[in-house]
Design a protein around this ligand. Structure first.
Ligand code: ATP
Ligand code: MG
Length: 575
């Protein structure tokens, strides 16, 4: 492509409304423009990068035996009512109504549509397993769209859905996708990890997120320095501590203490001269409309996702003042487990605690000398807290590292959640009617491109890895008014195009400095500079965007060298 003919509006100034480097660079490099909050247009350079990712995804999905379909973006509400998500999904679901007053949504995901399709078309075990995928636009009315296409409202996703006859088959399908995702993200040149992720009440270790390591990542993750354990922080497990034998003679007698206006852990510690490790926080939650008290040591933080999974409820939120006073008979700040009028669950951190301080369920009172077993009836002890730096690996006891990541992909074992709700059955070998076992697998296409830039940039701009680069090479004649330079440039351009190399010829009548700056900004991996001095010796220069290395090569060799470099780089990522 000739630069002079390209629609490539690069910008010198850093845009003020962009927070992360990928968003800034995508705007500056003329890849992207905002239409409305969280809704973007891809310009030619941006769209080429998108297509590169799509093609890598497509190749690996096909290789893994998945088949491409293309499902409607607009979905009738009836399907969502069948699955129960029309009410569950909340405000992220963009709903619309047609001229006949029928309700629809713009698909934020496609479990309903695919389940309905497969339910109607597949009848027997002979037609299974199947894995169907699409690359399509989704809409989620995100509460806070940000970071450009990293978290937008309209975005491209590859979503795949597998259907199997049994658990064993579903496990095989899941593994295939897990392996394909590893290949995809390796080919994108990422430093990434697959981490165990929360899979809600469906349970098991059946959900993994693929995280690109980046300081700006929205997700916190942990990984063990000794074994392979890696998890999203919200899922990171804490091993159940051994229970140390207790001598009940050491139990103190309960003592109610007047603690006027003392509510927070810090205030309690100061007032009673104890450490947070000796105090228990009693947090009241509303779990599917039922109040539950969760107990945790004063210095720990509750993990609401773990609590939700432990209780097996659909929704969880901190209880309001009304509920608190109903179950504790006191205002907020004095809740305690003794005599509380709701179920009580306790974090493992309580297992070996003795004689601790709790709220008194009475305004301005706390209680000292509390002991579980004797004073409090605990429904369950469970892992309910957020892992912290001092914790160790739940698998091997090794040291745990914390990092931030960008979730680019997610593989998820759905089980029979949708096939049961929507009655997707098949006739098995034994003649029995069974529900299909499903899995779903997503990759954010735009987020992958953005994550790639987060990991590959410098002060001058983007540094594309070859497989995602919108073009492999840019040819920069330093002065197009010099006939010799211009002719050589045209010549190399034509030859490289013939060889299938994706190349830009910067044929603009601009100063060399301007051209170099743009080439660096848009991040093309290889630049061929054609200047009078080296051409007089029959040479041109090849510059690597990544290493900055410049190499003078004979004109007649440049074509072969470039082809070789491009192929090598693409192959290296393929692994
Ligand atoms: P997140 O926790 O980041 O909101 P999610 O769990 O809602 O993600 P999934 O429903 O698993 O995401 O969607 C599959 C993939 O789609 C994600 O791994 C991510 O790459 C991408 N994705 C999800 N939401 C967005 C968004 N708002 N903008 C861009 N990509 C997104
Ligand atoms: Mg989301």
């Amino acid at each position: 492509m000739r630069y002079s003919e390209m629609f490539l509006p690069t910008v010198k100034e850093t845009p003020s409304d962009a927070e992360v480097v990928s968003h800034k660079l995508m705007l500056r490099a003329g890849m992207l423009r905002k239409l409305a909050g969280g809704i973007y247009s891809y310009l030619p350079l941006g769209y080429r990068a998108i297509r590169k990712v799509e093609n890598i995804v497509r190749e690996e999905m096909n290789r893994a035996g998945a088949q491409e379909v293309f499902l409607p973006a607009v979905q009738p509400s009836e399907l969502w009512k069948e699955s129960g998500r029309w009410n569950m999904y909340g405000k992220e679901l963009l709903r619309l109504r047609d001229r006949h007053n029928r309700d629809y949504c713009i698909g934020p995901t496609h479990e309903e549509v695919i389940t309905a399709l497969v339910r109607d078309e597949i009848q027997t075990y002979r037609q299974l397993p199947r894995n169907l995928y699409q690359i399509q636009t989704k809409f989620r009315d995100e509460i806070r769209p940000r970071f450009g296409i990293m978290r937008s409202r309209e975005f491209g996703m590859k979503d795949a859905y597998s259907f199997d006859v049994d658990e064993t088959g579903a496990e095989v399908s899941y593994r295939k996708m897990f392996d394909a995702y590893n290949k995809i993200f390796r080919r994108c040149g990422f430093n990434f990890r697959a981490v165990e992720a929360d899979s809600g009440s469906i349970g098991g270790s059946y959900s993994h997120e693929f995280m690109v390591i980046a300081a700006t990542g929205e997700d916190a993750m942990v990984f063990c320095s000794a074994c392979k354990y890696a998890a999203n922080l919200e899922k990171a497990e804490i091993a159940r501590p051994e229970k140390v034998a207790v001598d009940e003679s050491e139990f103190a007698t309960l003592e109610e203490v007047y603690t006027p206006d003392v509510r927070t852990i810090e205030e309690v510690c100061e007032f009673l001269d104890v450490s947070p490790q000796e105090v228990i926080k009693t947090l009241i939650f509303l779990c599917d409309d039922k109040p539950v008290a969760a107990l945790i040591r004063g210095d720990e933080e509750i993990n609401e996702i773990k609590l939700k999974n432990c209780l097996g409820c659909d929704s969880i939120e901190l209880a309001t003042e009304d509920i608190i006073s109903e179950v504790t008979q006191s205002p907020r700040g004095f809740a305690g487990p003794i005599g509380i009028k709701c179920d009580v669950v306790a974090d493992y951190s309580l297992i070996n605690m003795k004689n601790f301080v709790v709220g008194g369920n009475k305004e301005n009172y706390h209680i000292k000398g509390c002991n579980t077993g004797r004073d409090v009836k605990i429904r369950d002890f469970a892992d309910l807290r957020i892992m912290k730096e001092t914790d160790t690996c739940p698998r091997c006891g090794g040291e745990i590292n914390f990092a931030r990541g960008i979730e680019v992909g997610h593989v998820f074992k759905l089980g029979t959640k949708y096939s049961k709700a929507m009655n997707a059955t098949f006739l098995d070998k034994d003649g029995a009617e069974k529900h299909m076992i499903m899995g779903c697998y997503g990759i954010g296409i735009g987020r992958t491109v953005a994550a790639c830039i987060e990991q590959n940039n410098d002060k001058d701009g983007i540094v594309w890895p070859m497989p995602i680069a919108p073009y492999h090479v840019i040819i920069t004649p330093v002065n197009i008014n010099d006939e010799g330079l211009s002719k050589t440039a045209e010549d190399i351009y034509r030859k490289l195009e013939e060889k299938g190399i994706e190349v830009i010829l910067d044929d603009r009548d601009e100063r060399a400095g301007v051209k170099f700056k743009d080439a660096d900004l848009i991040g093309i991996p290889l630049r061929i500079t054609i200047g009078a001095r080296s051409l007089a010796e029959g040479k041109v220069e090849i510059k690597s965007r990544k290493s900055g290395e410049i190499e003078a090569v004979p004109v007649e060799k440049v074509e072969d060298l470039i082809c070789q470099r491009v192929r090598e780089e693409l192959k290296r990522h393929r692994g």
